[in-house]
Design a protein around this ligand. Structure first.
Ligand code: NAX
Length: 327
């Protein structure tokens, strides 16, 4: 039997945590043969609620759940962590400017980056879910100089999954028939859900839908799906966000199927003309615990405009956190 691996989760007493932790502990993320130790971080006032979640986790009697650690100190929660899912963040409040939001999150992700740098496994795989996810990932990464920058990723997988489900609904085909669509850029309203390479049952997706529907409706429906969930549920997406985090980590750790790609927010190496260093959604394949950008895809003028616009937004966010001295 395998040795347990350490999985750190921040914001563990929150909504996403309430779904995510149970999926990790049941083996959905790292496989049904991989025991896990959960290392849960919360702010001090939420530790009591977190303890309730821990009681429930124990009551599930998950065979793969080897141990649970809770703390309000990132140096404890990230100790020797093999995986770190950074979910806890500062939400945007009414009247907050982008600079205020980025500054408040810098207060969380800078010390967390420093703690990962100091105590996590040297091979730790980090996924940032807490918004603004791409730039929060950049802040954590830039404060962890001893780790490889490629170890820091941001979640665009929920957008990716939403894009699949919207296309499945439109074409009347099962989600399993849809391959190789891409979320480029920021996990925000400027993201670009790109169908130009996507296939449905092996046939080009754009031959099966109306170009107008794609450009005028599909892209914004995917980008605004989070707001639609809040409107309907009165709360933001949680179970679907947790499921996407599981998908992201599972594919990174265990690999993507041959001939298929997924979307991950990763540091740009300059591919596709995206400024180097931005944490940007790219099409990637994963193998042996490493991801690689899918190269050589044709980029239309329409795509170019969308890809540059979302890169521009991320550049502005980076400029803002630079001004704040966070990176
Ligand atoms: P909740 O407010 O339910 O939970 C967040 C938890 O984080 C709280 O329990 C809070 O006490 C904790 N927390 C705050 N600061 C912390 C710190 N410094 N250290 C440790 N824990 C801390 O939010 P939830 O619905 O779970 O969403 C969490 C984050 O995910 C939000 O930032 C949200 O915007 C973001 N999302 C990102 C998505 C993505 O696709 N990248 C989609 C879903 C989600 O909206």
């Amino acid at each position: 039997t395998k040795q347990p691996v350490r999985v750190a989760v921040t914001g563990a007493a929150g909504q996403i945590g309430y779904s995510l932790l149970f999926r990790i502990a049941s083996g959905d993320m790292l496989g049904k043969d991989q025991p896990v130790i959960l290392q849960l971080l919360e702010i001090t006032p939420a530790l009591k609620a977190l303890n309730g979640v821990v009681m429930e986790l124990r009551d599930c009697a998950f065979p793969l759940l080897a141990d649970i650690v809770t703390s309000d100190d990132p140096m404890v929660a990230f100790k020797d962590a093999d995986y770190a899912l950074l979910v806890g963040a500062m939400p945007r409040k009414a009247g907050m400017e982008r600079g205020d939001l980025l500054g408040a999150n810098g207060g969380i992700f800078k010390p967390q980056g420093e703690a990962l740098n100091a105590v996590a496994s040297r091979d730790v795989k980090v996924l940032v879910v807490g918004n603004p996810a791409n730039t929060n990932a950049l802040i954590a990464q830039q404060n962890a100089p001893d780790l490889d920058p490629k170890q820091f990723t941001a979640m665009v997988r929920l957008d990716h999954n939403r894009a699949i489900s919207q296309l499945a609904e439109k074409t009347g085909k099962p989600v399993s028939s849809i391959k190789n669509l891409t979320i480029w850029g920021n996990h925000s309203s400027t993201q670009y859900p790109d169908l130009s390479q996507a296939t449905v049952d092996g046939q080009p997706a754009l031959d099966q839908v109306d170009r107008d529907w794609y450009e005028q409706q599909y892209i914004s429906t995917v980008a605004k799906r989070g707001a639609a969930i809040i409107e309907a549920r009165g709360l933001s997406s949680a179970a679907s966000a947790a499921s996407a985090a599981i998908d992201h980590m599972r594919d990174w750790a265990l690999g993507t199927p041959e001939g298929e790609w997924v979307s991950m927010g990763i540091p740009s190496d300059g591919s596709y003309g995206i400024p180097e260093g931005l944490i940007y959604g790219f099409p990637v394949t994963c193998k042996n615990g490493k991801y690689e950008i899918v190269q050589g895809l044709p980029v239309s003028d329409f795509s170019r405009g969308k890809m540059d616009a979302t890169a521009q937004e991320l550049t502005e966010e980076r400029d803002e956190v630079r001004k704040l001295g966070l990176v």
